[in-house]
Design a protein around this ligand. Sequence first.
Ligand SMILES: NC(=O)c1ccc[n+]([C@@H]2O[C@H](COP(=O)([O-])OP(=O)(O)OC[C@H]3O[C@@H](n4cnc5c(N)ncnc54)[C@H](OP(=O)(O)O)[C@@H]3O)[C@@H](O)[C@H]2O)c1
Length: 281
Amino acid sequence: MTTYAVTGATGRFGQRAIKYLAAKVPASDIVALARNTDKAKKLLPTDITIRQADYNDAEQFTKALQGVDRLLFISSVPGGPVPRAQQHANVLAAAERAGVSFIAYTSFPHADQAEVALAADHKATEKAIAASGIKHSFLRNNWYLENELSRLQAAAAGKDFLYAAGDAKVGWALEREYAKAAANVLAATDTKDVYEFAGPARTYRELAAAIAGDFEIKSLSDADYQAALIAGGMPAKLAGFAAGGMQLIASGILTEDTTDLPDVLGHELTPLPEAIQEVLK
Ligand SMILES: NC(=O)c1ccc[n+]([C@@H]2O[C@H](COP(=O)([O-])OP(=O)(O)OC[C@H]3O[C@@H](n4cnc5c(N)ncnc54)[C@H](OP(=O)(O)O)[C@@H]3O)[C@@H](O)[C@H]2O)c1
C-alpha cells in the first residue's frame, strides 16, 4: 500500500489536487495535511484521513507525515509572519525525519535559473529537496489563467483590456489543470525530476483576442498602466504591485515551450475561449 499526503489541503490548489487524487487512488490511502482540521473536515471528502500540520511547527509536521510515502508539497503563500523559506525548510525537515520517499513540489518556471524575487523561495526549496536525496518532481507551474480575472471581467463588460507586458509570452492554463497534473505525478510510478507545466505561449494581445465581446485592447507603458489602474479606482499600492507583476512578465520569464502539461494530463488543454468562459463563471 502507498500512502499519499497533500500539504495546504484546505487551500484552492490543495482541495482540487485531493479531488483529482481521490479519483486515481483509494481515498483511504490519502492524508490531507491542514493547520485547521475543522475547516478540512468541512471542505474535503469524508473518507480521507485528515491530520494537523502547521508549516510553522516542524515537530507536528513530522508526526503528521508518519507512514506517508508520497508527498504533494504545495508551496506556501508568501507574506505571512514566518518567512516562506523557513516554512518550506520545516516541511522538508519533517519529510526527511518521517522517511517520505517522494516529494512533488509546486514551484516556479525555470526556478533554478530565475533571478526574480518571486522565485527565490522556490529556488532555495528545490535546491534543498535535491540535496536531501529524496526522489522528487519539481512541478514548475506557469501562470494560472485565473490570475487574469479582473482583466477578463473588464473586457467582457466592454471596458478596455489593459496590459503593459508588450509582446512577452505567458503559458496560461487553468488552475484545475495544474492541480490535476500534480495529482497525476503524485500517483505515477515513472516520473521526471522537472516538469515545466504551462499552456501554449501567448501574448496578452492573443489572450484578449480570445475573449468574447466588444472592447479595446491597449498596450501601455508601465507608468501609463499604473496611472490607468489608479484612475479606475485601484489604490496606488495595489496598482504598483500590479505594475510590478506586468514588469516581471514583460521580462519574458513566463515564456515556455513544453508539452509537459498536456502530456501528464493525457489530453489537450481546454481551448482558450472555453477556459476564459470557465474563469468568468
Ligand atoms: N503560478 C501561479 O499563477 C499561482 C497562482 C496562485 C497561487 N500560486 C501559488 O500556489 C500556492 C498555493 O496557493 P493556493 O491558491 O492554494 O493558496 P490558498 O488558497 O490561499 O491556500 C493556502 C493554503 O495554505 C494553508 N496555510 C497557510 N498557512 C499555513 C500554515 N502556517 N501551516 C499550514 N498550512 C497553512 C492554508 O490553510 P488555511 O485554509 O487554514 O488558511 C491553505 O490551505 C502558493 O504558493 C501560491 O503562491 C501560484
